[in-house]
Design a binder for this molecule. Structure first.
Ligand SMILES: NC(=O)c1ccc[n+]([C@@H]2O[C@H](COP(=O)([O-])OP(=O)(O)OC[C@H]3O[C@@H](n4cnc5c(N)ncnc54)[C@H](OP(=O)(O)O)[C@@H]3O)[C@@H](O)[C@H]2O)c1
Length: 330
């Protein structure tokens, strides 16, 4: 079947919620779309396409990819590239597109971690897969304890100087290394735009470790991944484990984690969300966005309907102290 050409909704910015990214000229949509799941070669492209359309039509300008998203590795970037080519080329300058390198990508010693050789080669491959001349931000996906930080960071600076990325970012670096990276990049005239780390109601390590505060202090935007704890912080598992869910189909979310005790906690959170006039997914993302210094929350979605639900989270991010206390207690 021939698909009709895509034309973006003319109302896409009418209720879009934007946030300034640290000390920079960039405004990011408070909700970003993540490509970790649902964009690989195993997902039907018509579904991925519908999710991208829904995102852009509803004011999402920020798209988060990585070299190894799939499965198989690289295929999420390929899917993005196909949809970009057919539908989004006219909108390139309205999109903020990121990719990363840091995890295992190809065999041998040069397809992993943080060497200059890996980062440079990986970004070239990513650009080809996505059909882009440049990405908006390129991240070191994880801290490499064996490679000198200066090597990884100099590669980021040079990538920006080459114009293959407009900005540099780091993801999942430990606190002290994070602060070192900010200072190094600043001293090399390449202010770090974004720090990417996990933050959700169940996992607050980025706050307790001081990583969020360190990014605020350095004027670096903080972009939170897995705000829904991979779907646990939604109504998805309240009545059993659905066949089409991540817990059933992905090695990254284990069904053993979904205990009756956890379900009881999720149920209580869902009741609180209902009192706030939100779905649990919306409350969970609102809770992340309510943290001072959080620029954007990167959500995953397996359908346009899920994304339409979560995108509304940015509309109500104020919590009473009582609500926050109940969430902490649960
Ligand atoms: N830097 C890093 O190391 C790193 C690590 C992880 C993720 N990330 C980024 O963060 C993005 C998001 O991570 P994530 O996928 O774990 O995010 P998430 O938003 O915590 O979880 C997404 C999952 O939640 C479920 N869901 C979403 N909206 C829902 C709704 N409204 N109602 C019910 N269920 C809903 C879906 O599960 P089902 O599929 O079961 O329907 C969806 O796949 C990734 O795509 C990636 O871009 C970065």
């Amino acid at each position: 079947m021939i698909e009709p050409p895509y034309s973006a909704s003319p109302t896409r910015y009418d209720s879009a919620q934007m946030e300034r990214c640290g000390r920079s000229g960039i405004l990011l949509s408070k909700i970003s779309l993540g490509f970790w799941h649902n964009f690989g070669a195993t997902s039907p492209i018509y579904k991925s396409r519908a999710i991208m359309h829904t995102a852009f039509d509803n004011g999402i300008t920020s798209f988060d990819l990585a070299n190894n998203y799939g499965p198989p590795y690289g295929s999420a970037e390929e899917t993005f590239g196909k949809i970009f080519k057919s539908d989004f080329k006219p909108y390139r300058d309205e999109m903020f597109i990121s990719t990363k390198a840091g995890y295992d990508m190809w065999p041998g010693p040069y397809g992993n971690w943080g060497s200059r050789k890996y980062l440079m080669a990986s970004l070239d491959q990513s650009l080809k897969r996505m059909g882009l001349d440049y990405v908006d931000v390129f991240y070191s996906h994880r801290f490499d304890p064996e490679t000198p930080m200066d090597e990884t960071l100099t590669a980021l600076v040079d990538i920006v100087r080459q114009g293959k990325a407009l900005y540099a970012g780091i993801s999942r670096w430990p606190r002290q290394a994070e602060e070192y990276a900010y200072a190094f990049l600043e001293n090399h005239g390449c202010h770090c735009l974004l720090f990417q780390d996990r933050l959700n109601i169940f996992d607050r390590e980025s706050v307790s470790s001081g990583k969020l505060q360190a990014s605020i202090d350095a004027g670096v935007g903080f972009i939170a991944f897995s705000p829904l704890a991979q779907g646990l912080l939604t109504n998805r598992y309240l009545n059993g484990i659905p066949q089409d869910s991540r817990a059933t189909n992905s090695k990254f979310l284990n069904t053993d984690q979904i205990t009756p005790e956890l379900i009881a906690r999720i149920q209580k959170l869902s009741e609180l969300a209902c009192k706030r006039g939100q779905t649990l997914a919306q409350m969970a993302v609102s809770w992340v966005l309510a943290h001072q210094g959080v620029t954007s929350a990167i959500v995953g979605s397996s359908s346009p309907e899920q994304l339409l639900d979560t995108v509304k989270s940015a509309e109500n991010i104020s919590f009473t102290q009582e609500e926050l206390d109940i969430i902490d207690q649960i």
